[in-house]
Each structure stands twice: as C-alpha cells, then as structure tokens.
Design a protein around this ligand. Structure first.
Ligand SMILES: [Fe+2]
Ligand SMILES: [Fe+2]
Length: 476
C-alpha cells in the first residue's frame, strides 16, 4: 500500500478547496487539476467525525466527482506540502508565464486578456526558472552592476545596457514571484518572498549608485526607447529609470535655495489658483508654498530615495498581461484597470516585507488629486475619514513622509504624485503603443499640461513644471 500514516502526520497540509477553487468562487484551477491527474497526486482524506485519515489517488477521487473537494459530508480533503510543491513547480515550468496559471481567477482574466504576449519572451524564459534560480539570476545581475561600479573608466554604453537589462529582469522576477505568493497565506508568503525582497534591495542599491554617476543622459533615454517592446515589464523598467533620474534632478534643483525661492516668488501668479481648489476651506492668502509641501519643499533623503525607487520598480506588479491601461484606447476597460492598483497594493503589503512606502506608491499612483478619472484606495480612505471627522481638514497638499498621509493631514503622497506624471508621460511616448501614435517629448508635455492640469487638475502643477524642465534638459 502506498499510504503511510506517518507521512501525513509530519507533513504540512493545505485544504484542497484552497488550491482548487478560486477564492471568489469563479471557477476551478484547471492547470493544477491537469497536473494532478497526470501525476496522480495523493489526496489526504480526513474523516470529520473519527479523524481517521487515508490517502486516495487524485484520479480516483476526481473520477467519482469532478469537484469532490467542494462537497461537505463526512470527509475533508487536503494536499500535503511536498506533493503540492511539486505540482506548483510543474505548473510554473510547464506554462512559464504567470498569467497562464489560472489558480486564482482575477476579475480581469477574461479570455481575450490572457495572452502572455503582453509580457514578452524575456518574461516567459525568466519566469520559468525555479525559485532558487530566480534569486540566483537577480544576484548575478547585482554582481554585474557591482563590477561596473568598481571600474574606473566606464563604458557608458555598457553601463546603460546593464541598467536597462537588470531592471527589466528584476521587474520580471518580482512579478513572477509575487504572483506565486498571492496564492499563499500572508505569513508563508512573507517568508517565501524574503529572499526576493533582500536581493532586489541589493540590486537597487547597486543600480541607484551607478545611476548617481551621471549616466542618465540622452543615450540612456534612446536605449530605453530602442529596447521598448511595448510590454508592461518594459514600462516598469522605464518608469523606474526615469523615476530615479527625475528624483536625482529634483534633488539637485531644490538643494539650491534660489530654486525654491524662485518658485515661492512666482507662486501667487503661477500656482495659487490651482491649489485654492484643493485647499478651499482656507483663506486665499493662507495658500502659500509651505501649505503645498508638508514641512516645506526640500530635497529627498537617501533613505526615502531608496524606498521610493523600490516602489517605482514594482508599481505595476498587479497588472495582467495584454490589458490596455490607457484611457482612450480601444480595449480600455476601466473596471479591469482599477484592479491593478488594488492587486499591487495588497500583494506588496500582505505578501512581502517591502517597505511601506512601496505599497503606498503602488496603491496611490492613479489618485489624481481625487479627480473622478483617477482611482485607488486613498480616496476611499479619505472619504471615510472625513465622514468620521467632519471638522478636520487637510491643510497640506503633498507629504514627503508616511505619517501625514496615513493620518490624513495631507491630500497626496509625494512619490505617488511624481509617479503619476512619469507614468502618463511614459505611456503616451511609448513607441509601441497599440492604438495611438506615440507623442514626441514636446507634444507629451503640451498634452499633459492641457489635459492633466488646465482642463482638470490631476497631476501636481509644481512637480509637473520641474518634470517638464527635466525632460527638456535630457532631450537637449
Ligand atoms: Fe499603474
Ligand atoms: Fe504604470
């Protein structure tokens, strides 16, 4: 007999219903069922009354009833840890891309959106590696960056290539591992993703250091565009690199007090009208630059810089493949698109030990100052806070730190406001857009100013002006 009582006792077990039925009840996990039928995975049957256990071949159980795990009655059904690990491993190796493993059917996983093409061939190859191999891959990439860091005379082309490639690989690996982690309980997931978090941190440390050596120039911008293949992974790569380049530019700019003074001097004529609608409870003369940036406009500390870079890299981790995320495009489906923010936020918050900053950036990067065309968690939290505290007003627009945004003292979170701008800019200048021609940098800036500031205030006007200056300088 192939059943051994001790085997079940010492092993960790998972309820079959948790593995085979999607949590929202929308269907069964076909990929796992096929593998279990092929391998004849043992099912641990436990009698509710007597607690008697026996192992049965999956094929037999399934042959009797194609959803035996859902019926109540005298028995409960489980899979054992090692057996389940084998099935999961096989599912990843067999199918490669994360979205072709329909373990948990997400609202956006309609058939027409399930093609792995949205991620590209790079994704399929890297996602097919085992968990340990993925970490090794990230480690090798980090090593590659460190070797470049140690070189005295760097070849800019080589550095550029390495930055683009290692960022892309990190985005892919994070996407693939987090998708796996979403099927686990929170504690197990956090343990499982710890290596990923640590190695990604190390890689980002090397990558941001290489970056600070003034490699962000026209050449890198061009390489980014050339390497673009229209995939979500490439979008995340570009947003990360553009994001840290912009933060460096911003830091350089505001470290001179004359730049901030210039903004302060032009504030009343140039910006006050935009902000008075956001701070409408305040007398107009109180709407000053110090009200826009909580604690005053200032440079970003290295710690915040680093945590925000993590957020930029993984900000669209909740995206499904081949979904059109940009308004106006033929296949755009708002209800599907909104989900990517929720999925990303909860997976980073609950399934990893990534810094809190990263989950807030992910969850709040389409808020658009509460404009109805934006979406995300923050507006809902703010609304319920306002209901519970009708006399408390938000006296600041943008917070650099976590506390004022978590305590609802500010209306927006600095890195999320930065990301909104970079995200839109990237999507409209992407040369591989499916439904519309890409805009030139100048056209993109003009369009964004009209659509995202003047018509409706969505992105931040001061940060946008700094961004426009940054783009102008980088495309000189
Ligand atoms: Fe997004
Ligand atoms: Fe994005």
């Amino acid at each position: 007999m192939w059943y051994n009582q001790d085997m079940a006792e010492k092993d960790t077990v998972t309820p079959a219903s948790k593995i085979l039925t999607n949590p929202d009840g929308s269907g069964v996990n076909r990929a796992y069922i096929d593998i279990m039928l092929q391998d004849d995975t043992p099912v641990l049957c436990v009698n509710r009354g007597t607690q008697k256990k026996r192992l049965m071949p999956f094929k037999v159980m399934y042959g009797n009833n194609t959803n035996f795990w859902e019926k109540g009655g005298d028995w409960e059904y489980y899979f054992m840890g090692e057996d389940l690990a084998k099935v999961k491993e096989k599912a990843v190796t067999k199918t490669g891309a994360w979205d072709s493993i329909p373990v948990k059917k997400k609202p956006w996983e309609k058939e027409e959106h399930s093609s792995p093409q949205g991620f590209g061939d790079d994704y399929t190859a890297i996602a097919a590696l085992s968990a340990a191999e993925k970490i090794q891959y990230l480690n090798n990439n980090k090593q590659k960056l460190n070797t470049l860091l140690a070189q005295k005379n760097k070849d800019k082309e080589v550095v550029t290539e390495a930055l683009v490639d290692t960022t892309r690989d990190a985005a892919i690996i994070n996407h693939a591992v987090l998708e796996e982690a979403m099927r686990m309980g929170d504690d197990e997931a956090k343990k499982t993703t710890q290596d990923l978090v640590d190695t990604t941190h190390e890689m980002i440390k090397s990558s941001t250091q290489l970056f600070s050596e003034d490699v962000f120039n026209n050449e890198l911008m061009n390489t980014l565009v050339q390497k673009s293949n229209g995939t979500i992974v490439q979008h995340m790569t570009r947003v990360y690199l553009n994001g840290i380049a912009f933060l460096s530019y911003y830091n350089n700019l505001v470290s001179s007090s004359s730049a901030i003074n210039k903004i302060r001097v032009s504030f009343n004529t140039k910006y006050r009208n935009y902000y008075r609608t956001l701070l409408s409870h305040m007398p107009i003369e109180d709407v000053i630059l110090e009200r826009i940036f909580y604690g005053g406009m200032r440079a970003i500390t290295p710690d915040l810089f680093f945590n925000w870079a993590v957020g930029f890299l993984i900000h669209d981790i909740g995206k499904a493949s081949a979904v059109q995320y940009h308004e106006g495009e033929a296949a755009y489906d708002r209800s599907i698109v909104i989900e990517h923010v929720k999925q990303g936020y909860t997976s980073i918050m609950n399934k990893t030990n990534y810094p809190r900053e990263a989950s807030l950036i992910t969850g709040y990067h389409h808020e658009y100052y509460g404009d109805p065309e934006g979406y995300g968690y923050f507006r809902a939290y703010l609304e319920s806070y306002r209901k519970a505290n009708p006399n408390v007003k938000q006296d600041y627009c943008i917070s650099y730190e976590l506390a004022p945004i978590l305590d609802f003292h500010a209306l927006a979170y600095f890195p999320a406001k930065v990301l909104e701008i970079i995200d839109v800019y990237d999507s409209v200048t992407d040369p591989h857009r499916v439904y519309r021609k890409a805009l030139t940098p100048e056209q993109a800036i003009t369009m964004m100013r009209e659509e995202f500031i003047d018509k409706r205030l969505k992105v931040d006007p001061i940060l946008f002006d700094i961004f426009a200056a940054f783009i102008k300088e980088k495309h000189k």
